[in-house]
Design a protein around this ligand. Sequence first.
Ligand code: GLY
Ligand code: MN
Ligand code: MN
Length: 435
Amino acid sequence: MTVAEYKRRRHQLMRMMGSGSIAILPSGPVARRNRDVDYPYRPDSDFHYMTGFPEPDAVAVLIPGRSHAAYVLFCRERNPEKEVWNGARAGQDGARETYAADDSFPIGDLDDILPRMLEQCERVYYAMGCNPELDKRMSEWIKDIRTKPRMEVQGPLEFIALDHYLHDMRLYKSRSEIKAMRTAAKISSKAHKRAMKFCRPGVKEWQVEAEIVHECARAGARDQAYPPIVGGGSNACILHYIENSDELKDGDLLLIDAGCEYTCYASDITRTFPVNGKFTPAQKALYELVLKAQQAAIEKVQPGSHWNDPHDAAVKVITKGLAELGILKGRASTLIRNEHYKQFYKHRTGHWLGMDVHDVGDYKIDGQWRLLEPGMALTIEPGLYIPAGTKGVAKKWWDIGIRIEDDLVVTKDGHDILSKDAPKKVEEIEALMAG
Ligand code: GLY
Ligand code: MN
Ligand code: MN
């Protein structure tokens, strides 16, 4: 992302806020792993979206209409001794010169400077509840302003949820965001292919995970967007299985839900395939059904469809198919109305995708499903899960868990599938695994 793009975003937000307003965005804390070991730092998505500033301990302040400095960045000071141990810091000069801040102050000066900025504004845009430490300081600053004599300062009168505005902006991906997401999806697709080629009876789930992580890391995507799910047999029926601790068995299916993060943009791909490279007739029947449901859902991803259209399409195909296979009994329309499919398909058909894997943005507006528009990115991921012992379902269907998940962007005249390099047709998968 270029400095100019971050600038455009800040200007867009500031135009929406209008003068008399202030927006305050923290960078997000470093998370402690244990004792003196921290997790690698990953910036807060909102902060990163607005600033591109990669360091922790920073607060961005936007004051539209302020002639001398509309964008102020508080950040760490340069410190040659610490930089020897932990790497370079931008410092206040870097904040201005490299990250286009109009002005910059040491983060340690926040308590002195920010309250004075606050008291001159009528409206505060802030995401309350996302950063407990800053929430606390914010309420102290406001309390102090309110106890000052009225004649001196008025102080802010209105608090507005910044996340609401920002998340609507983040929902519409720019050309360069789509490019980053396409790269993430391409890297992950390659990783899924590698897993298919590597997989055979007797290997361990964590070994397959290692293949995936390795393939992504060597392509420059060192982080996964979420912990990979690598579940064989019955583990494929556990929706959030991340132990990845079992051996893969001949005759089972393997479900892999894994996607890397690339330059802070997520991919989210699921593929399901036979451990031994060949689907059994029962596995194939259910797999083809999920694939058909996915295809029906994907066809609904176009401008003008509403958010729930793809889900409705998938539910229709899945319910009808389950009735034809005798797994559900009754008329499809009744089964849909009474939501009987939920016994085997509990989750929804997708979610927004972006800097966060379950990305931000409202799904409904004024109680109505949102219409899809160009630039919106989402997953399409129907599934079917039949654990062993499911009453009233023949044994041949037990321990089959299938999900097929792709990443899409809505385009002017339909959609673009970012994850299309990951094979999903039965013949494609079997051919790849046989080779
Ligand atoms: N990997 C999380 C999801 O598919 O929603
Ligand atoms: Mn997903
Ligand atoms: Mn997923």
